[in-house]
Each structure stands twice: as structure tokens, then as C-alpha cells.
Design a protein around this ligand. Structure first.
Ligand code: HEC
Length: 132
């Protein structure tokens, strides 16, 4: 896919890591409690529209259930999937929640289109990491 190649090139030419894991935090250490709100709330991540998680309703089934995801994936892997899952799986149905950052210089159309702030990404990564 041409677009994916462009994304990978863009990521490689900036400080944003491409590939399976994004090791460098985007903001201050995440807060799992705030991340839970991001996960649940419509005006924030609204991840529950697609993902099931025990004890949370309503739960979608477009994406995989996220029970235990913090035991399966590292913080860097979780961060990569929330920021831009197409770097891991080009045809994923999940939107990139913070793709614009690494692409501002090469794809102006994406600028300002980020669905989550850098801090919200860290918060939701902290929340996911706590699901063990
Ligand atoms: C439009 C539906 C949709 C939304 C909204 C969505 N996801 Fe996803 N998510 C998916 C799908 C589909 C996959 C599986 C990707 C694939 O393999 O194709 C996925 C995969 C993941 C994975 C990797 C799971 C694993 O076991 O590998 C994580 C982590 C994740 N999502 C977190 C989130 C978070 C956090 C949010 C909210 C900020 C979110 N998702 C919002 C659809 C969605």
C-alpha cells in the first residue's frame, strides 16, 4: 500500500519510531485512572465502542477483547498500537489515535487531526498496562 509506505518513511525520517514498539513516551508518565476515562468516554478515546473488557459495558466486538493485554504487550507495544496501529498492521480497522505528530512535515492534511492528546495516549497506555 502506497500510503503505508509513506507513513513508514515519514516515521523513519522523524523521531517517531516505526515498527512494533514505540519506546519513547510522548508526555509525562501516564495515569491509569485517567486512562480508564479515556478508554470509556465518548468524547475521548471511546475504545469500548470496539473493544470488550470484563466489567465494562457497553462493549464492542469489532476489536479483540483487551483483558490481560498488559501482560501480552509491553508499554512500547501498547503505545505503538494506540498511536498508529497501521504501523503494526496496515489494514487494521482501528483508527490511529495520534498519527499527526510524526507526519506534520510530510503530510499537512493530517496536522491537527489527532484524536487524543499526547498525555491522553500515555494515560491510556498506563491503563492498558495495568490490565494483567
Ligand atoms: C473502530 C474500532 C476500534 C476502536 C475505536 C479502537 N480499536 Fe483498538 N483495535 C481494533 C481492532 C479491529 C484491532 C485489531 C487490529 C487487527 O489486528 O486488525 C484493535 C487492536 C487493539 C490493540 C491490540 C490488541 C492485541 O491484543 O494485540 C490494542 C492495545 C487496542 N486496540 C487498544 C485500543 C484503545 C486503547 C482504543 C481507544 C483509544 C482503541 N483500541 C480503539 C478496533 C478498534
Amino acid at each position: 500500500m502506497k500510503r503505508t509506505a509513506a507513513l513508514l518513511l515519514a516515521a523513519a525520517s522523524s523521531l517517531v519510531a516505526a515498527g512494533d514498539s514505540m519506546e519513547v513516551p510522548l508526555a509525562a508518565a501516564g495515569d491509569a485512572q485517567r486512562g480508564r476515562d479515556v478508554f470509556l468516554q465518548r468524547e475521548q478515546g471511546h475504545c469500548v465502542i470496539c473493544h470488550a473488557l470484563s466489567g465494562m459495558a457497553p462493549a464492542g466486538n469489532v476489536g479483540p477483547a483487551l483483558d490481560g493485554v498488559g501482560g501480552r504487550l509491553s508499554a512500547g507495544q501498547l503505545r505503538q498500537r494506540v498511536v498508529d496501529i497501521t504501523q503494526v498492521k496496515p489494514d487494521a480497522a482501528m483508527p490511529a489515535f495520534r498519527r499527526s505528530d510524526g507526519l506534520n512535515r510530510v503530510a499537512a492534511a493530517y496536522a491537527g487531526k489527532s484524536l487524543l492528546s499526547a498525555q491522553q495516549v500515555e494515560d491510556v497506555v498506563a491503563f492498558l498496562g495495568s490490565l494483567k
